[in-house]
Design a protein. Structure first.
Length: 449
């Protein structure tokens, strides 16, 4: 059993139910001290509808069971004294708010739509987020020791009916050698001086901080919003928060450095650990000569590879300075699945350039050095890409898709363990279901006492 709906709703569902008016409220189920309200069910139906799910007569029953399962996990998490750190709750809250902002068109529009400030939203829904994280951690602990042997994977695969074995589209795997140019002391000084002059324009010449942020800031997450950031203590790097909490409202900080680059912040508002500020980031950029040097060095590497004078693994160790791939033969892991194989959809989301480079390549071919932008770390460099593997469309099999089948076998095993855990713990918990829903065809026997 999964928290299919509970964990997918984020905050959006709860907010939408509040924004769209009241429903006739009543308790439809209870597990321990936690109650499932009719408004909870209606809110999740809204989200399911928006996600494109088909509304069936059983949807209310499914939602109620999902919520009851979450509360069963939550009860056990509290009994086991599982701890979720405040920083984890704050980070999860901020991530969810950002998703809503992207959907609704910005933080100010979100506040206007829901009739609440971000601080009010966080205060109201922080306990909900914490309870969801506790339930997730409880479920993770229940299945933490689950593993499957190769024999179990093979047995699982053989039990799948032929017409149920999934079709796998073309998938590819890649390796890379990346060389990021060195950022010199003079490059850092230039960035520092640039930001210092921007600060002077704001403090000395009266220029608007938000306008300067939109024009100059290199932080893609806040520049378009005039550098505005709303956060809670513990969410940002220590140097950033030290600057924020040393400012009075309306003050602008001196230039300071973090691992991301050079910053200035202006404090707009601070209430306890919550704050709103504006921020400008300038990232030190390497000179053209540094970039040319990196390109020349990878040209040498490319020629050595083509002539066979150096092996791929030795070239990775000698020339690459990309920490995420250097120690793994240059293999690029798909961040969406955690596998080495990529399908076209994932490539389009993460690294469109790599497909263009390798479209006409055969297994083992390497690309000429090309400019590369690491979107996650916002770093530019030069890279060589090697095509490790290209599969043709096929039905999943143990030879080509072992990792995929292994995950499916593990999931099935986890489901069995969770089902047994749920059955055992239902007997220990106080459970009540409204008469209207007692005829639901639940997966578990919730009324077994």
């Amino acid at each position: 059993m999964k928290l299919l709906l509970t964990y997918s709703i984020a905050l959006l569902t709860v907010f939408q139910s509040n924004a769209q008016g009241k429903v006739i409220e009543k308790i439809v189920a209870q597990v321990g001290d936690n109650v499932v309200l009719l408004s909870d069910v209606q809110a999740q139906k809204i989200q399911a509808l928006q996600a494109g799910m088909t509304m069936t007569p059983e949807i209310d029953c499914q939602i109620i069971e999902d919520l009851m399962y979450q509360y069963l996990l939550l009860n056990q998490a509290k009994l086991d004294s599982i701890v979720i750190q405040d920083q984890q709750v704050d980070a999860e809250m901020e991530n969810r708010l950002r998703i809503i902002e992207q959907q609704i068109g910005g933080r100010e529009k979100m506040e206007e739509f829901y009739g609440k400030t971000v601080t009010q939203i966080k205060k109201e829904f922080r306990p909900i987020i914490k309870d969801q994280l506790l339930s997730q951690e409880m479920e993770r602990q229940i299945t933490a020791e689950v593993s499957v042997t190769p024999r179990e994977v093979e047995k699982f695969y053989k039990t799948i009916p032929m017409d149920s074995i999934p079709l796998i589209n073309t998938q590819l795997s890649f390796q890379q050698i990346v060389l990021y140019p060195d950022v010199t002391d003079s490059d850092k000084k230039a960035a520092f001086e640039k930001l210092k002059e921007i600060r002077n324009k704001i403090v000395r010449d009266g220029k608007t901080f938000s306008t300067q942020a939109r024009i100059n800031s290199m932080d893609p997450g806040s520049a378009a919003e005039g550098g505005k950031i709303t956060a809670t203590r513990g969410m940002m790097v220590p140097q950033f928060e030290a600057a924020v909490f040393n400012l009075a409202e309306g003050d602008v900080s001196d230039v300071f450095e973090t691992t991301y680059g050079y910053h200035i912040v202006k404090l707009i508002e601070r209430k306890g650990d919550n704050y709103t500020c504006r921020h400008i980031l300038i990232i030190p950029e390497f000179s053209n000569s540094s970039l040319e040097g990196a390109a020349l060095r990878l040209d040498t590497c490319y020629n050595l590879l083509k002539s066979g004078e150096i092996t791929w693994d030795k070239a990775v160790m000698k020339y690459s300075n990309d920490e995420s791939t250097k120690q793994n033969h240059g293999i690029i892991t798909n961040p969406i699945t955690g596998d080495q194989l990529w399908d076209m959809e994932d490539l389009n989301q993460v690294d469109q350039q790599i497909y263009l480079l390798t479209d006409a390549m055969e297994k083992g071919d390497i690309s000429q050095p090309n400019l590369y932008m690491n979107m996650y770390e916002r770093k530019q460099g030069v890279r060589i890409v090697r095509l490790m593997k290209r599969t043709t469309p096929h039905r999943a099999n143990l030879e080509d898709d072992y990792a995929l089948i292994k995950r499916a076998a593990e999931n099935e095993k986890k489901q069995k363990i969770v089902k047994e855990w749920t059955k055992t713990n239902i007997k220990k918990a106080f459970v009540r279901i409204d008469e209207e829903y007692q005829n639901c065809q639940f997966t578990n026997n919730w009324l077994e006492q």
